[in-house]
Design a protein around this ligand. Sequence first.
Ligand code: C5P
Length: 311
Amino acid sequence: MTDLRLARREVRVRAPGKVNLSLRVGPRDIDGYHRLGTVFQAVSVYEEVTARPAEAIRLTVSGPAADHVPLGEDNLALRAARLLAAHTGTDEGVHLRVTKAVPVAGGMAGGSADAAAALLACDAFWGTGLPREELAELAGSLGADVPFLLSGQTAVGTGRGDVLTPALSRGEYHWAFGIRADGLSTPRVFEEFDRATPDPPVPDLGSEVPLLQALRAGDPGAVGALLHNDLHDAAVELCPDLVETLAVAEDAGALGVVISGSGPTVAALGRSRQHALALAAAMTAAGVVDSVLTASGPVHGARVLAGSDGL
Ligand code: C5P
């Protein structure tokens, strides 16, 4: 009787990537994580995770960069499913199909988006119905960026980046992203930061006030001028070609240019959707990136898609 129902059950969830409009890095704490002060914006590049019936918890990944995704036990979507199963005591299986669009190891939190989407997909698929706050807590134990990708929009992150305060943002921001096929390892970039910055101050949220005001006012020019990343030097040390990519986007008239998270994706803010396309074209024409994407933000966090069967 359940077989027919199971055979057609499917839950689809989409979760966005992110760009850090500002990323300030403080000292490493005893948990091994750095204290951060950051302003996140979720952008319209989406990972899609589909949950379907299976005997056990299993995973397949597709999309242009799927070959670069680890499929073992450290895969974040698998870890999310196992964590939710353990937390709720379910012994059901699930087949998670991840379709990747966010660059892998690019500083846009693609793996964390998979985790956020997988949590929500399994919760709907298994009918475990956890409140959002409980899902956010589980998200935080999977990775520092995962809680933000559940909630999306614009938020200030403190702690490891996982303690979130929503921020007001007016208008739409249009981005061009310059992507490199060879990603950067986030732990490696933080290690390089530690080597070059032995005693960083604890991030002061007061530093974000002008950016938060610019976002509230809906002033892309001011936002562009205030983009900031403390991991800039560390990412450039590990990938010196980034200097040229940043310069090309700047010369093409970007309102602001920043390395996204731990890199190596370069985020260039355009004046309009058209201008973002022109920035992407300039990076492509200069041959300084392997591929480009355009997207806008802020957008919502992980969401079950209409038409799926899990609500
Ligand atoms: O939380 P997540 O697994 O995404 O972080 C990946 C790595 O990035 C951590 O293992 C750590 O090396 C580094 N990191 C950090 N401080 C943070 C966030 C991440 O040192 N606040």
